[in-house]
Design a protein around this ligand. Structure first.
Ligand code: GN1
Ligand code: MG
Length: 364
């Protein structure tokens, strides 16, 4: 796997001392390719995080990196001002020798970050304490961004969490039937259609101003928080590609989607995947402790709907990609996207069945 790209040539673009040793795939993202680059610097091994940017999705890499540079600079200043360690508690871009934040090699775009040593990301919640901690991390990140001037950011992926638009796109995928799989998944398609009454629940409230637009992360999966191996405490929020104007209801909701699943996002055995209220409570407590001081009642009241919608939307996106022939999300096995869609639909049903309790907990 290590020679997917000519890493030895790519790393030379960047301002990195030391001789190339290796570059191996790491990380679990579905969009960009993430690799751990090792160099030998005066006899010591040093690591970097090298990513191939998916420029089919992020078509304007310049604008993408403009956003990331602003956000990482902003985070670094805040870490420094509170006496933290800026090399471990935020993402640090390694520039090219020409001073750019990315390089183009052949047809591929690459960027490099400083590797955060002795830190882990979790693919599944281990315990309520971890999840509570990740809630505090995402909540603090939201609090930090509440001081960020949104007008400085490009909206990198417009309508990213516009569930109404996502549904329209889903129907187009059904119509196109590009991979010829429509008949196989007719039950799943019907399920999505039956639940489409959910789509506008938050979109309309954002449009009317009832729910405020803020600068949000938009991809608040548990595996986008780095935890310190020694203390178990969160170090940094990572994956800043989708930091854009959005809703905290979606940020809250996407964490719930991923972390309140008793199983992995792609668990094929659906009997293992169910919604965990204990984890919901833990996340809510951590998140409110960080954002409670500035969020509005309308946001809080829509946290549970954010969770339902993010899960519905993600399931619909997985199913659409299955219909399209697996062109968006990276897959590692046959029907991978379909397995992912199934867990999401199961979770939506679970959440709807305990919705009143979720709401009561969020608003009490
Ligand atoms: C993608 O690449 P990754 O895993 O960080 C996707 C998210 C989905 C997520 C589902 C830019 O994120 O929106 O929620 O997969 N990111 C993009 O696991 O589409
Ligand atoms: Mg991501």
């Amino acid at each position: 796997m290590s020679n997917e790209y000519d890493f030895e040539k790519v790393y030379k673009f960047f301002d990195i001392d030391g001789e190339y040793v290796s570059c191996e795939r790491c990380g679990e993202g579905h969009i960009n390719g993430t690799f751990c680059l090792t160099v030998n610097e005066n006899g010591a091994q040093k690591h970097y995080l090298l990513q191939r940017i998916n420029n089919h999705l992020f078509t304007d890499v310049e604008k993408l990196m403009h956003n990331i540079e602003l956000i990482t600079d902003f985070c670094r200043e805040s870490v420094i001002s509170r006496g933290g360690d800026p090399m471990r508690e935020c993402m640090n871009i390694v520039r090219t020798k020409e001073g750019k934040t990315y390089c183009l090699y052949g047809k591929d775009y690459f960027r490099v970050y400083v590797f955060i040593e002795n830190a882990t990301t979790l693919q599944i919640v281990r315990n309520a304490e971890d999840f509570y901690q990740s809630a505090v991390a995402f909540g603090n990140f939201a609090a930090l961004l509440s001081d960020f001037d949104a007008s400085k950011l490009y909206e990198i992926l417009p309508n990213f969490h516009n569930t109404v638009v996502r549904y329209e796109n889903f129907l187009k995928s059904v119509e196109r039937n590009a991979a010829g799989r429509r008949d196989e998944v007719s039950a799943e398609i019907e399920w999505v259609k039956k639940h489409s009454y959910l789509c506008n629940k938050i979109v309309d409230k954002i449009a009317s101003g009832e729910i405020p637009l803020r600068v949000t992360h938009n991809d608040t999966k548990l595996n986008n928080v780095m935890l310190d191996d020694k203390t178990g405490k969160p170090l940094a929020v990572i994956d800043l590609d989708t930091v854009m104007p959005g809703s905290l209801c979606y940020d809250f909701g996407d964490s719930i989607r991923f972390g309140c699943n008793s199983a992995a996002e792609d668990e094929p055995d659906l009997s293992k995947a169910y919604f965990r209220m204990d984890m919901y409570k833990a996340y809510l407590k951590g998140y409110l402790s960080a954002v409670g001081g500035f969020i509005t009642d309308a946001e809080k009241e829509n946290f549970p709907m954010g969770a339902v919608l993010m899960t519905y939307e993600c399931g619909m996106r997985f199913l659409a990609d299955y219909l399209d022939g697996d062109v968006y999300f990276g897959i590692h096995r046959e029907k991978h996207n379909l397995d992912r869609a199934h867990t999401q639909f199961k979770l939506v049903e679970d959440m709807l069945s305990v919705y009143d309790e979720m709401l009561e907990l969020a608003t009490k």
